[in-house]
Design a protein around this ligand. Structure first.
Ligand code: AMP
Ligand code: MG
Length: 317
């Protein structure tokens, strides 16, 4: 069932979660598919519905800092600084877990990924349910992330008891993930909070490179992929009516099967918010191939390029 977020819908969503069911709901990043994070059987349903491999751990969502000690222990000062600066918001922090967090949530790791979303509907559902909620993106595993209720419905449809329709996600790209261990901070995923902003709060962040990859389960090269092959282009290409075109700020010259412009104002926030919707549309227009322009890799541009590169990788591995 799909419903707008009335007070009754929020109560219904909370009741379903408390009873071990699944609810898809909007967050500022993308739509999440939520289950009670402390109930291993409920969490197992997420993996089943998404067809997600069990080695890919989930992010646990809370709306209240008082829930943090249930999930994490030995919280270092560095983590506290990040929490003060960026929660609620699109930053996930990986910390040492408590025994209360089931292994299925963390893929057997002794750490847990935690986020406090800023979206008012997500927050209302979390506080009404009054339990930590494990919630990956509400899509089939490896496919494009959902940034509106239509995307959720077309990928998961009847498999979810309730889809709460809160319109379009404002950030539109997944959270930044930072792992904190003692004094050290490591970037695990580029996302909705630009690295430059985080570096203003904590001085040194380790950034794994291709050659120096740290273990980051679930960060597969083929995430976020459209069904249509996608190729990144550095320079303009000749018009082609079989090709769909993803531009950063200016539409290309000549005729393509479909064209999407991420941000006519060359604004990274606008581009991030539009990215998955544009890719969903280009993916469904019947093109032989999607070509994507590069986006400057500064600020949110890094997270945008990370997703575009992952969409392109699918076809090269
Ligand atoms: P999502 O698919 O947006 O729900 O994000 C989940 C991702 O967070 C996983 O694919 C991992 O890369 C990362 N993650 C979650 N838990 C952990 C953890 N305990 N340690 C390291 N990375 C994690
Ligand atoms: Mg996902």
């Amino acid at each position: 069932m799909r419903a707008y977020p009335t007070p009754q819908t929020i109560s219904q969503a909370a009741a379903i979660l408390q009873q071990g069911g699944l609810v898809a709901f909007p967050t500022e990043t993308v739509y999440g598919l939520g289950a009670n994070a402390l109930d291993a059987t409920a969490v197992a349903k997420i993996f089943e519905v998404k067809e997600r491999p069990f080695f890919d751990p989930l992010i646990v969502h809370i709306s209240d800092l008082r829930k943090l000690p249930l999930l994490a222990r030995d919280i270092p000062l560095t983590a506290r600084k990040l929490i003060d600066a960026f929660w609620p918001g699109p930053l996930t922090i990986v910390l040492q877990k408590t025994p209360l967090v089931p292994d299925i949530v963390t893929a057997g790791l002794d750490t847990v990924a935690i986020r406090m979303p800023a979206h008012p509907i997500a927050r209302q559902i979390l506080s009404k349910a009054d339990i930590p909620i494990a919630a990956p993106s509400a899509n089939r595993f490896g496919m494009l992330s959902p940034t509106c209720a239509d995307h959720v419905e077309s990928q998961l449809g009847e498999k979810v008891e309730l889809i709460v329709d809160g319109g379009k996600c404002e950030v539109g790209i997944e959270s930044t993930i930072i792992k904190i261990a003692g004094n050290s901070a490591t970037l695990l995923r580029y996302g909705g909070i630009p690295l430059e902003d985080i570096e203003k709060v904590i001085k040194h962040i380790e950034i794994p490179t291709e050659n120096n990859k740290i273990e980051s389960p679930g960060q597969l090269p083929t995430h976020y992929a459209p069904r249509t092959p996608l190729m990144i282009i550095e320079t303009p290409i000749a018009p082609n009516k079989e090709i769909a075109y993803l531009a950063f700020c200016n539409a290309p010259k000549g005729e393509f099967l479909a064209v999407e412009v991420l941000s006519p104002h060359a604004d990274f926030r606008e581009a991030a918010a539009n990215l998955f919707s544009c890719l969903h549309r280009l993916d469904s227009c019947g093109a032989r191939m999607i070509v994507a322009e590069t986006v400057p890799e500064i600020g949110l541009g890094r997270a945008i390029m990370d997703r575009i590169k992952k969409a392109a990788k699918k076809n090269s591995c």
